[in-house]
Design a protein around this ligand. Structure first.
Ligand code: UT7
Length: 319
């Protein structure tokens, strides 16, 4: 038998306020038709002042723990992926730890923007398999609405807020994470970035993106990394029951699936309702597809994401 990190529970949380394209069109020069045709997005959730990255992460974590039938006190490790922490420090992971009432565990944030959840999952899986604990909360949580330039129609219509969480537990058996693959290429820092930060401007800054170039890289990188992770897991695309991609643009999801010869009905799509929630998008989509009964125990699931840096990555698992 092989010890693997098994997904024991999933959960997610969305801000109370849902904003549709028509509402955005009152604010910037855009239209529901343009946004739907170019991105597939119809609505997104936007955090109210009392809803933060850590509070959404805590709600998602509570739901994942309840789904796993576990108490927070059983958690040894919290890895939280975010590019929009509540504060520069402490890590939002320690805020989640405090809210869950966990007296002692390892807790830290991982920052790889939209690929953050794949990075966090890889780190947590490696730590569990190395024996640094048996259970982990892996969370992606973001409040990108706070770093959007609400005057820039080329970016503000694309993003939303939310959180998703998994409980991982190391177990002997066939189920669990089979392989992960991560990449980064810092030469593309200037295609997707935030124009502020504690060590430069001393301000938080706003998101800037050259969307068309990001799109082009995304399709190539995602198809490549999906091929790599399947190879590393000893699988082919025929073995895949579900792909849970980062939800940036419906056209990227379709193009990536087409490149791999995967039928579109195997691809979980939530970008229509959530828009791009960066590090939260993969666990949010996973939670939706588990809760609506599509993803079942034993299914082969592939996760993938690409984001600022550039960073990109994928994971193959048997749910
Ligand atoms: O999560 C990290 C990864 N991020 C991504 O994967 C994002 C990747 N990029 C994309 O999803 C797409 O490139 C966008 C959705 C950002 C843009 O779609 P596009 O088909 O590449 O459009 P474009 O940027 O080439 O813009 C086409 C036109 C432009 O007008 P002109 O120059 O042709 O006159 C834009 O000014 O659409 C205009 N435009 C808009 N029009 C109405 C841009 N944004 C809007 C808007 N409403 N919100």
């Amino acid at each position: 038998m092989t010890v693997r990190s098994v997904i024991a529970g999933v959960g997610s949380a969305l801000p109370r306020r849902r904003v549709d394209n028509a509402e955005l069109a009152k604010r910037v020069d855009t239209s529901d038709e343009w946004i739907v045709a170019r991105t597939g997005i119809r609505a997104r959730h936007i955090a109210e002042p009392d809803e933060t990255t850590a509070s959404l992460a805590t709600d998602a974590a509570r739901r994942a723990l309840s789904d796993a039938g576990m108490d927070a006190s059983e958690i040894h490790l919290i890895v939280l992926a975010t590019a929009t922490p509540d504060q520069t420090f402490p890590s939002s992971a320690t805020k989640v730890q405090a809210s869950l009432g966990i007296a002692d565990c390892v807790a830290f944030d991982v920052h790889a923007v939209c690929t953050g959840f794949l990075y966090a999952l890889t780190v947590a899986d490696s730590m569990l398999r190395a024996g640094s604990g048996r259970t982990a909360l892996v969370i992606g949580s973001e409040t990108f609405s706070r770093i959007l330039d609400w005057e820039d129609r080329t970016t503000c219509v694309l993003f939303g807020d939310g959180a998703g969480a998994l409980v991982l537990r190391s177990e002997d058996g066939e189920r669990g994470i089979l392989a992960t693959q991560l990449h980064a290429d810092g030469r593309h820092n200037d295609l997707l970035f935030v124009d502020g930060g504690p060590s430069t401007t001393g301000t938080v800054g706003k998101l800037r993106m050259k969307g068309r170039e990001v799109f082009r890289h995304a399709v190539v990188n995602l198809a490549e990394v999906l091929g790599e992770v399947l190879g590393a897991a000893g699988l082919t695309s025929d073995d895949v029951d579900w792909v849970v991609p980062h939800q940036a643009n419906a056209r990227i999801l379709e193009a990536t699936a087409r490149k791999l010869g995967l039928p579109p009905e195997k691809v979980i799509v939530t970008v229509d309702n959530h828009a791009n929630t960066s590090a939260a998008s993969v666990p949010l989509a996973l939670d939706v597809a588990v809760k609506d009964g599509r993803i079942k125990r034993g299914d082969v699931v592939v996760l993938e994401a690409m984001g600022g840096g550039f960073t990109w990555g994928a994971a193959a698992l048997r749910y």
